[in-house]
Design a protein around this ligand. Structure first.
Ligand code: A2P
Length: 409
C-alpha cells in the first residue's frame, strides 16, 4: 500500500494585531519588503518572508513574534490578515512539525546573538528578568493618575511632564529601561480606537514612590511633526492634560534588552536628548537609592537639550554629587553660546569616554532623537581612535555582551 504524502505544513509568520502598536519598526527592518500595512493592520506577506528574523528583535512589543502552523495551500492571505482584530486559533490538523523550524524563542536568541546583523543586543548578563505583554489592547490595565508635574521651565517652548500612574492592586511589574503602552480614549478619523503609544518608564522598579505600586513617565506634548508642521499628538496631549484621579488604560510592559545590569561594580554610560532621559532617570534613581550599599560602579551622563529650561529633571540632576554621577550637559540654543550636541560633549571628553567604554564592566545606553544615532556612534568612534582603540571592532563585542543599547525615535 502506498504511503500517503505528509501534508506540507509551513510555519507562517504573522503579526499579532492585538499587541502591535503600528510603529513601523518591522516594516523598516525587513530587508526584503515582506511586511506591509494599511490603516488597520501590519502584516507579513504570505510566502514572501524568508524567516531571516531581522524584524524580531527591533519590535518593541513582541507582536511580530507570532507564528501559526498551516498547510502551505491554506496560508492566511494578506486580505485575511488585514481584516483581523486578533490572531486566529491554531488550525486543527496543523500540529507542530517541520523539523527545520526552530522554536521562536530559540530563533530570537540566535538573532540577538548575531551581533550587528540586525539582531538586537541581549540584556546585560546580570539584568533582572523582565515581564512583558501582561496587558494587551483587549485586556488593558487601568491606572489612576497620582501626579502630573511640568518639568520644563516657564519660558521653555516645550511642555514636558512627569506623570505618575498608580496601579493600585493591579500587578504591573516594570524594570528601568522598559516601556509601557498608553491607549488614548476615543477613535481616529475612521472611527477605530486609537493605537497605543509607547513611553519609557522614568521610575525605578520599586516605584516612583518606593513600595507604592506606581510608575512615572516623561511625556512631551507633541504640537508639531518631524518636519515642524503643526499637529496635535493624540496620546501626548491626552497624557499632558490629565489631572489627579483620572484613569488611563495601559498595556505592556515591553522590552527585554534595554535593561540595566544589577551586579556590583557595573558602570553606566548614558547618552540622551529630551524625553530620551526617561530610562536614564529610572536607572540613575535606582542607583541613587542604593548609594548606601556602596556597591561600586560609576555613572557618566551626556544629556542634550535646547537650553537648561528645556531639560527635564535639570534641577534634581544638578543636586546629585559629582562622585556619584559625571554629568555633561549639551545645550544647542543658548544665546551667546555655540550650539552644542551630546556628540560634541563626548568628543570634548574623548579620553575619559574611551577609557570608560573600554572597561569591560561598562554598559552603554543611548536614547533620544533618531538623528543622534549616527552622530553619537561617530563620536564614540572618534574618541576610541584618539586613544588607539577601534570602535568598529569593539561595537559587535559590546552588542554581543549586552553592553550597547540604543533606542531612538
Ligand atoms: P536642536 O537645537 O538642533 O533642535 P528636542 O528639544 O527637539 O527634543 O531636542 C533635544 C536636543 O537634541 C536639542 O538640543 C536638539 O538640538 C538636539 N538635537 C537635534 N538633532 C540632533 C542630532 N542629530 N544629534 C544630537 N542632538 C540633536
Amino acid at each position: 500500500m502506498a504511503e500517503s504524502a505528509a501534508p506540507d505544513i509551513v510555519r507562517q509568520h504573522l503579526i499579532d494585531p492585538e499587541i502591535c502598536i503600528r510603529c513601523n519598526t518591522c516594516e523598516e527592518s525587513c530587508p526584503i519588503d515582506a511586511i506591509t500595512h494599511d490603516e488597520r493592520n501590519y502584516i507579513v506577506i504570505p510566502g514572501k518572508c524568508d524567516n531571516c528574523n531581522a524584524c524580531i528583535a527591533p519590535c518593541p512589543t513582541g507582536a511580530i513574534d507570532s507564528w501559526r502552523r498551516v498547510p502551505r495551500a491554506q496560508m492566511y492571505t494578506a486580505d485575511e490578515q488585514l481584516a483581523w482584530d486578533s490572531l486566529p486559533a491554531e488550525r486543527e490538523g496543523a500540529a507542530p512539525g517541520g523539523d527545520a523550524d526552530l522554536p521562536p524563542e530559540v530563533e530570537r536568541i540566535v538573532a540577538a546573538a548575531s551581533a550587528g546583523q540586525g539582531g538586537d543586543s541581549p540584556p546585560p548578563w546580570s539584568a533582572a528578568h523582565p515581564y512583558i505583554n501582561l496587558y494587551t489592547t483587549a485586556r488593558p490595565a487601568e491606572a489612576t493618575v497620582s501626579g502630573n508635574l511640568r518639568l520644563t521651565g516657564d519660558g521653555a517652548t516645550s511642555d514636558i511632564r512627569h506623570i505618575v500612574l498608580d496601579f493600585g492592586t493591579i500587578a504591573f511589574p516594570v524594570l528601568e529601561g522598559q516601556t509601557i503602552g498608553v491607549l488614548p480614549p476615543g477613535a481616529d478619523e475612521h472611527g477605530r480606537p486609537h493605537h497605543p503609544r509607547l513611553y519609557s518608564v522614568a521610575s525605578p522598579r520599586e516605584g516612583e514612590r518606593p513600595r507604592y505600586n506606581n510608575v512615572a513617565l516623561t511625556v512631551k506634548r507633541v504640537t508639531e511633526d518631524h518636519d515642524g508642521r503643526p499637529v496635535r499628538g493624540v496620546a501626548s496631549n491626552f497624557l499632558c492634560d490629565l489631572a489627579k484621579g483620572d484613569k488611563v488604560r495601559v498595556i505592556g510592559p515591553f522590552g527585554t534588552s534595554f535593561l540595566m545590569p544589577n551586579h556590583p561594580g557595573a558602570n553606566l554610560l548614558m547618552v540622551c536628548t529630551g524625553t530620551g532621559s526617561a530610562p536614564m532617570r529610572a536607572m540613575t534613581e535606582r542607583r541613587r537609592r542604593r548609594i548606601a550599599l556602596a556597591e561600586g560602579g560609576r555613572l557618566m551622563l551626556f544629556f542634550g537639550a535646547r537650553s537648561p529650561e528645556e531639560l527635564p529633571y535639570f534641577g534634581p540632576l544638578q543636586k546629585l554629587p559629582a562622585e556619584f554621577i559625571d554629568i555633561n550637559f549639551a545645550f544647542s540654543r543658548v544665546s551667546g553660546e555655540p550650539k552644542r550636541y551630546v556628540q560634541d560633549r563626548i568628543r570634548e571628553r574623548a579620553a575619559d569616554v574611551a577609557a570608560f567604554i573600554a572597561d569591560p564592566d561598562t554598559y552603554v545606553y543611548v536614547c533620544g532623537l533618531k538623528g543622534m544615532e549616527q552622530g553619537v556612534a561617530q563620536a564614540f568612534a572618534d574618541a576610541m581612535r584618539e586613544t588607539g582603540g577601534e570602535w568598529e571592532a569593539l561595537l559587535p563585542e559590546l552588542r554581543k555582551q549586552g553592553r550597547y543599547h540604543l533606542e531612538t525615535y
